[in-house]
Ligand binder design. Structure first.
Ligand SMILES: *Cc1c(COP(=O)(O)O)cnc(C)c1O
Length: 443
């Protein structure tokens, strides 16, 4: 080891020791934890550690990165904006980045969306959507201090869903390992199965009994992300949305993960005829550079809040609502969606995944066997047929470590392995990911 690299290693140890001493990492068991990997810089699809090793970021750093790491175009726009205006209170004030982003989102989203409400991240975007939908009904029923008629405040959600980590978001998420300590405190939700040919009848029966009390239905369209990249059929979801909307139920599409191209179209909701009334965006919204949440709604929802009674105001906001830097990053990301022909890249990535899926299916059984190979747009997923199908399956760490040793970063959800690369990925990098995965499976 050269003198210089020994110094580097020493400096690194120092950082890792301090990390161990001061930091509590998310979704990370704290006992006998592995040292985190110290990332010094990123470029395109690559992350570089302090020893200079490069890793292909095959999961877009938790599903956020669209155009690649440390993109110079976004960086430049951020720098310029930081010199102009970094933050301002958003009640009673406004600014260009917030207005420009709202206008562009309304143009891009399905036609019925007319209003943009800003917040901080994916969890806040779903919290806002639930509050917006519940108060929509409350505003209609409340007059001069009295509440008339039946309370419409129940929520329907899918089993195995994930909508974030705050209390409302946890309440509408699957009752599983992530939420176990809090089950007694979560509000009650009517959980239904994701649609399959024969189970829509059951939902119809549920709606006949409770439909008039249900405020909203929240769903991750086509792909349940944190629940293990489970996929379901667009035509059946479309039918389900039709049934919900016939009963007047507000449909909330949680597109925090699926938004900005992941499912093969700019928004997953474009795959269905029935459009949601509310849509939640975050993750890819800023190209994966800054935290920002959006809850967009239709006029139908918004108009319930245009009222003489001040009690019918939407009393919700965050210190950093519509932060000018975050909005600027989002505008820059939308510029890049156009400039880089992202829609074409998405089509290419979709086709590549389909070829790889066929290759995986035709693979001879040696090493690990796999099951349920599936793709939806730029996402490919399958389960490793070992142990239980669950998040706590230890195979995840083993696969991550073996792939890291070969320069590819993936992070399976238990035994559910998936790829979700940034759109700047090159053919060569994609081939490296596929080959690495195959060799780790065959090992
Ligand atoms: C990640 C995610 C969230 C939560 O977003 P955060 O920014 O992590 O709070 C909500 N819904 C879905 C579908 C997600 O994938």
């Amino acid at each position: 080891m050269s003198h210089v690299s020994r110094l580097r290693t020493f400096a690194l140890m120092n950082w890792i020791e301090k990390d161990r001493k001061y930091i509590w990492h998310p979704f990370t068991p704290q006992k006998e934890r592995l040292d985190p990997i110290f990332i010094e810089r990123g470029k395109g699809s690559l992350l570089y550690d302090s020893e200079g090793h490069a890793y292909i970021d095959a999961v877009s750093s938790w599903w956020v990165t669209l155009h690649g790491h440390a993109h110079p175009y976004i960086a430049e726009k951020l720098y310029q904006q930081a010199l102009e205006l970094e933050q301002v209170i958003f009640a009673g004030f406004t600014h260009k980045p917030a207005i420009e982003l709202a206008e562009r989102l309304v143009t891009l989203l399905p036609q019925n969306f007319t209003r943009i409400f800003y917040s901080d991240n994916g969890s806040t975007s779903t919290e806002v959507s639930l509050k917006m939908a519940i108060q929509y009904w409350w505003n209609q029923a409340y007059e001069n201090g009295v509440h008339k008629g039946i309370k419409r405040n129940k929520i329907i959600a899918f089993k195995n869903s994930y909508h974030g980590d705050t209390f409302g978001a946890m309440s509408v998420s699957d009752r599983g390992v992530f939420t176990m300590a809090f089950h007694d405190l979560l509000f009650e939700v009517l959980f239904i199965d994701t649609p399959e040919k024969d189970n829509i009848k059951q939902t119809k029966a549920l709606l006949e009994e409770y439909g008039h009390e249900v405020a909203a239905f929240i769903y991750e369209p086509l792909v349940q992300g944190a629940g293990g990249m489970k996929m379901y059929d667009a035509a059946l979801l479309d039918e389900l949305l039709g049934i919900m909307q016939e009963t007047g139920i507000i449909c909330i599409a949680d597109e925090v993960m699926t938004g900005f191209g992941r499912t093969g179209k700019l928004f997953a909701s474009e795959h269905m005829q029935h459009k949601p009334d509310i849509i939640c965006l975050s993750k890819g919204l800023t190209g994966g550079t800054m935290a920002l949440g959006v809850t967009a709604c239709s006029d139908k929802i918004y108009n319930a809040y245009v009222n003489d009674d001040k009690l019918k105001t939407f009393f919700h906001g965050h210190s950093f609502t519509a932060n000018p830097l975050a909005c600027t990053a989002a505008i820059a990301s939308l510029d890049l969606v156009k400039q880089n022909n992202v829609i074409e890249k998405i089509e290419w990535l979709t086709a590549q995944h389909q070829l790889f899926a066929a290759k995986l299916a035709a693979r001879e059984a040696k090493g690990f066997s796999v099951k349920n190979i599936r793709t939806q747009g730029t996402i490919i997923a399958f389960e490793i047929d070992k142990g239980k199908d669950e998040y706590l399956n230890n195979i995840s760490q083993e696969i991550t470590q073996k792939c890291m040793a070969k320069g590819v970063y993936i992070r399976p959800l238990g035994n559910a392995v998936y790829l979700m690369p940034p759109y700047c990925i090159t053919q060569e990098e994609l081939n490296t990911i596929y080959e690495t995965l195959l060799s780790v499976l065959n090992d």
